[in-house]
Design a protein. Structure first.
Length: 145
């Protein structure tokens, strides 16, 4: 089986620190894969908010997540703080990709990769219940590729 390989952009336009809570820990004593998806969701919501948008109002349209790819690099534990870097690119008429780099600092305060990820989103009009074009203003504002 082929392994997922995420090709990240060289630059990220947004970064946020997210603390790992006790409720993020699974029975194995580390952050579970389901929580990683929740962390990506939080990072994406904050990324959009940074540019004055939300997942339901991205320049007048909403989004639907169409796929996700996650490369796990190392574990996260209670008390760790994730540095979540986010960028957008690969724009088409009705979709684009959001890239994520999750890191934590080691004892020497150097970033250690935890997760590389990509989500594909489709722009959607929830009132009309149909896929719509990505607004040009959004492409210009959030694009880093």
């Amino acid at each position: 089986m082929a392994r997922i390989k995420i090709d990240l952009p060289e630059t990220f336009s947004f970064s946020i620190n997210i603390p790992i809570r006790i409720t993020d820990i699974n029975y194995a004593g580390h952050v579970g894969n389901d929580t990683i998806l929740s962390i990506l969701h939080e990072a994406r919501a904050r990324f959009f908010n940074h540019f004055g948008y939300s997942e339901l109002n991205l320049g007048g349209v909403g989004i639907i997540l169409s796929d996700v790819g996650i490369e796990f690099k190392s574990e996260l534990f209670y008390g760790d703080e994730v540095i979540a870097s986010v960028a957008a690119g690969n724009f088409s008429r009705v979709s684009f990709d959001i890239f994520y780099r999750l890191e934590k600092n080691n004892a020497e305060k150097k970033p250690v990769p935890v997760v590389l990820a990509k989500t594909a989103v489709v722009t959607y009009d929830y009132t009309q219940k149909k896929v719509v074009s990505v607004p040009d203003e959004v492409k210009v504002k959030i694009s880093t590729r």
